[in-house]
Design a protein around this ligand. Structure first.
Ligand SMILES: Cc1cc2nc3c(=O)[nH]c(=O)nc-3n(C[C@H](O)[C@H](O)[C@H](O)COP(=O)(O)O)c2cc1C
Length: 486
């Protein structure tokens, strides 16, 4: 579905889904606590939360959380079928991305984001009801569902990424970007020239462009073009008055400024409750954003997606990373994939997928191993992975009980598991030991688990002790009524 802005999307959710209006909550832990309680109580069917009259703030200065973390709401944003089985959504998306053809953004001269501007001494980020989300957080985080816009100094290509931002004081924020993410590479290119990196950040934006920013689009491809394709209509952008960067014209709040070389200027950022379920980064010196200007709409709505301990989804209700992995397996010629699913994951490929399951119909010796290797190595599955499991086609990857039954019964630990070392991870990985972390070695390892029946004696593998479809039907036809099944 096509939305012009974040608030139109919220109103649509009122019509076709659920929105809960909450007045009088405190930015200090209460908004975060309500967000977590609601998301975890009914993971698949909780309402979008819209907080207003936040303690100490004027009416109209709002925060929206749990805004896309059910499959239904994510499907609404991305124009996907509603209320269909999970794997159908993944298949739908991986087929759709094959038709990718970027639609560039359209520059406009004006937009609602320009309704108000504060510059220089007038900048005060605490003007907005910035939540402290989790109990052990080191401060208040304006950037959780934000969108960071930075240009590559060599090519001018503009990247969008979702990277967290802590408000340090009225015009400075701390920025955390994991090594290898595109904003991290861009920052280092500017700093190598001794220059500050220009930056704009939106807090509250049309949700499809936000999905683009989280998606792990390859370096050099514009997330604006990607979103234009996904929406079937270009994203309208204004030219940022301070940085010249393209900024969504309908964003709720946007800051413009610069990120100086962190060896000269940086500050302690964190701790922050992170998506793997811990505070692993802790408090470390990180780059800062010096804010020169803030533009915001009347009655702005901050978008919030504070990470929650798995197994709750905290940002997208559909793990797009599964579709990205499937697409990459197709591209590498790994055939007969029947399904891909990811557990305990961030959101999308490149965002961290620690437990990936692929089901396939084995066709030849080595087929299952090929799927494991491609998954662990291709971009979508490469970052903060841990386990990649391949199962036969009779196992449903979306059902973890089935998956673990296959692991428990079809794999032989001595021969079915390969360990790959020195793989891409991040400060957010709770299992990197302190001494390794201190050296800046942010690598971990992968277990590639072949939980398929061994291909060379598959015909001799014992049959599954489970009722046949024929006997099941016969039984339900005859007994279903008296057993209360029909
Ligand atoms: C809600 C949310 C918060 C995120 N926070 C961060 C973060 O603080 N730092 C980071 O490096 N990646 C974070 N990510 C992951 C990146 O946004 C994601 O991997 C994105 O594809 C990176 O874009 P890039 O490939 O252009 O760097 C977050 C993702 C989501 C959905």
């Amino acid at each position: 579905m096509l939305f012009e802005d974040f608030r139109e999307y919220i109103e649509k959710c009122r019509e076709i889904d659920q929105v809960k209006d909450i007045e009088g909550a405190d930015w200090n832990l209460e908004i975060g606590a309500i967000t977590e309680v609601m998301a975890t109580t009914k993971p698949d069917a909780h309402p979008l939360l819209l907080f207003d009259k936040i303690k100490g703030y004027p009416k109209g200065y709002r925060v929206a959380s749990n805004f896309m973390n059910t499959a239904r709401r994510t499907a609404v944003v991305m124009g996907m079928p509603l209320d269909v089985p999970k794997m159908e959504l993944i298949k739908h998306w991986k087929e759709r991305v094959k038709s990718y053809k970027g639609i560039p953004p359209r520059e406009v001269s004006d937009g609602p984001v320009m309704e108000n501007t504060d510059k220089g001494d007038k900048v005060d980020l605490f003007k907005f009801p910035v939540p402290k989300w989790h109990e052990l957080d080191g401060g208040r985080y304006l950037g959780t569902a934000c969108m960071v816009i930075t240009p590559d100094p060599d090519t001018g290509w503009v990247n969008l990424g979702v990277y967290r931002l802590q408000v340090h004081n009225k015009n400075t924020m701390g920025l955390y970007i994991s090594p290898g993410h595109h904003g991290w590479i861009i920052g280092r290119k500017w700093w190598a020239q001794g220059k500050s990196c220009p930056i704009a950040v939106t807090f509250g934006q049309e949700p499809a462009v936000w999905v683009g920013a989280t998606y792990g689009v390859p370096y050099g491809i514009s997330e604006y073009d990607w979103t234009g394709w996904a929406r079937g209509k270009p994203v309208d952008v204004i030219k940022g008055p301070v940085t010249g960067l393209p900024i969504p014209a309908t964003a709720e709040i946007v800051v413009e400024g610069e990120v100086p070389p962190p060896d000269k200027e940086g500050e302690i950022e964190g701790p922050f409750g992170e998506w793997p379920g811990y505070y692993a980064h802790g408090a470390l010196r990180e780059p800062i954003v010096k804010v020169n200007s803030v533009m915001y709409r009347n009655d702005p709505v901050i978008a919030g997606a504070p990470p929650l301990k798995p197994t709750s989804f905290y940002s997208h209700g559909i793990p797009f990373g599964a579709a990205q992995i499937w697409d990459q397996l197709d591209a590498c010629g790994v055939q007969d994939i029947r399904g891909v699913w990811t557990y305990y994951c961030s959101t999308s490929g490149g965002g961290g997928l620690p437990f990936i399951v692929i089901s396939l119909k084995q066709r030849y010796p080595g087929h299952a191993k090929q799927a494991l290797l491609v998954t662990a190595g291709a971009r979508a599955g490469a970052y903060l992975g841990r386990y990649v499991v391949v199962v036969d086609e009779d196992i449903d990857p979306t059902d973890i009980r089935e998956v673990m039954w296959a692991v428990a019964s079809r794999s032989d630990p001595a021969t079915s598991v390969d360990i790959i070392r020195d793989t891409w991870s991040t400060f957010l990985d709770p299992r990197i030991p302190p001494e390794k972390r201190a050296k800046g070695d942010l690598t971990n390892s992968r277990a590639l688990v072949n939980a398929c029946r061994p291909f060379d004696w598959i015909k001799d593998f014992p049959p599954v002790n489970s009722i046949s479809p024929g006997l099941k039907k016969q039984t339900i036809d005859k007994w279903g009524n008296s057993l209360g099944l029909t």
